[in-house]
Ligand binder design. Structure first.
Ligand SMILES: Cc1ncc(COP(=O)(O)O)c(C=O)c1O
Length: 443
């Protein structure tokens, strides 16, 4: 089915992921179920790290952007692949450390890290903190002073590159809440501000222009602008960046509106970045910075599939047919957030021709609770297993207990075997942090 063999159709006409029959997974673990293909994740991590080795002499690091999918298992995989991770909250940091992830290979992001999160990061000896406000720089400096420590920081810079993607996932527009702008001079001001601090050590700069981007040129322009900025700061302060982190953002295939990229295509994206940085370093007479990239979606997105059971089917004559499933915006809020599109298949009837267009609705009390609108499918009956593809990124990590639904469990599949990596929630889990106030029940 897909180019990189995550998915196949077996001789029974069933969808197979990582060698596991989707119907058997659904019957063994129940639905909704997140399924992740381990080999796919490892291959994508390797593609990036091999490219840094080959095209950049290994003078860099791949940081898996764990906001895409964070749980103990994914940090264990990243650790065994020898790559780093980026985290964006105390919770992601805690999970990474609990998985035994080496703190020195963790980069910590966040446009408003709390005082507690900064303390946690410093006390855990996180390798690098990406600073995104003057307040944060002040707090970090004080924290480090109080502990007689130094900590390495990058500054999040907004190079002002507009990428063609959904407005909500563009992060380097002039009005972005992220970073300090090169254009309005605040990035240079922040570099000077941090260089004057005693306990935080400026190592370089970071940018991330957005997500689900396919234009190589956007990445190349951002890299060029960042190298120009490195020169600007060298000229104005004498400080020359040792580290350049160019963020993530490589797009993936959701539907036929997106290109279907192969592993070599992702290697090409990164090669273009490596070449740009090398060329600019040579042209501007700068040292070659240690290069970091932060892919999230492209590592786990296509590795994931969500399985559902079709429930109520409702046709509104002349308008549309809804197939309601046992999931919804509580486990995949991306349609509600960005009207995201997905490919949906009948997992037990993969060879049947599509005869209708239907809308896959969730079970939440919201009209906007849609998983996929207007998708072609064969005839569907209640009880059929549907699979929504490319759900590995920003689905589980954005899930909630809205309407007190359970966040589904997740399995990791490999060579026809499945292991639970996130357990089923229970009713007890849902009220775990609720407090039954005596005085409310006293009459
Ligand atoms: C700072 C940063 N790095 C990396 C990423 C990962 O982006 P993607 O999942 O598109 O690769 C994001 C996503 O929002 C981000 O904000």
């Amino acid at each position: 089915m897909n180019e990189r063999k995550t998915l196949t159709v077996n001789c029974s006409g069933h969808l197979e992921i990582g060698g596991c029959d989707a119907l058997e997974l659904a019957s063994e673990y129940g639905t909704p179920l997140y399924v992740f293909d381990e080999d796919y994740i490892r291959r994508m991590m390797s593609v990036y790290s091999n490219t840094i080795d080959k095209e950049y002499g290994g003078h860099g690091i791949v940081l898996y952007a764990s906001k895409a999918f964070s749980c103990l298992a994914i940090y264990s995989i990243a650790k065994s692949q020898g790559i780093g991770v980026d985290v964006v909250s105390g919770g992601e940091l805690y999970t990474a450390l609990k998985a035994g992830f080496p703190a020195e290979k963790i980069y910590m992001h966040g446009n408003n890290k709390t005082a507690e999160e900064l303390e946690f990061a410093v006390d855990s000896n996180v390798g690098t903190i990406v600073v995104d406000s003057a307040l944060e720089a002040d707090r970090l400096d004080e924290l480090c002073a109080s502990r007689s420590k130094k900590c390495n920081v990058l500054i999040r810079v907004n190079p002002g590159v507009e990428a063609h993607t959904h407005a909500y996932v563009q992060t380097a527009t002039p009005d972005s809440k992220f970073g300090f702008s090169v254009a309005n001079g605040t990035a240079e001001d922040m570099a000077k501000y941090i260089l004057a601090k005693e306990n935080i050590v400026l190592k370089g700069f970071h940018c991330h222009i957005g997500s689900q981007i396919f234009e190589k040129q956007s990445f190349v322009i951002a890299a060029e602008k960042m190298m120009d900025f490195v020169l600007q700061i060298k000229q104005s302060t004498g400080f020359e960046a040792e580290v350049l982190n160019l963020g993530g953002g490589f797009g993936i295939y959701y539907t036929d509106e997106d290109p279907k990229l192969k592993e070599e295509d992702y290697a090409e994206y990164l090669k273009a970045l490596c070449e740009t940085v090398k060329r600019k370093a040579w042209q501007l007479n700068l040292q070659l910075p240690y290069l970091a990239i932060e892919p999230g979606r492209s590592i786990v997105g296509e590795a994931g599939v969500t399985l559902y059971t079709a429930g109520a089917i409702k046709t509104i004559p002349g308008i549309k047919t809804y197939v309601a499933v046992d999931g919804g915006m509580f486990e995949n809020p991306r349609y509600a957030l960005y009207q995201s599109k997905y490919c949906v298949v009948a997992a037990g009837n993969m060879n049947a021709p599509c005869t209708q267009n239907v809308t896959i609705a969730g079970k939440c009390c919201e009209s906007g609770d849609i998983i996929a609108a207007d998708v072609p499918l064969p005839e569907i009956a209640s009880g059929d297993i549907l699979a929504v593809l490319s759900t590995g990124a920003y689905n589980y990590s954005m899930a909630s207990n809205y309407n007190r639904n359970f966040i589904p469990q997740a399995v990791l599949v490999k060579d026809g075997m499945a292991d639970v990596i996130i357990k089923k929630q229970t009713f007890e889990d849902l009220i775990r942090n609720d407090v039954a106030l005596e005085r409310l029940n006293s009459d």
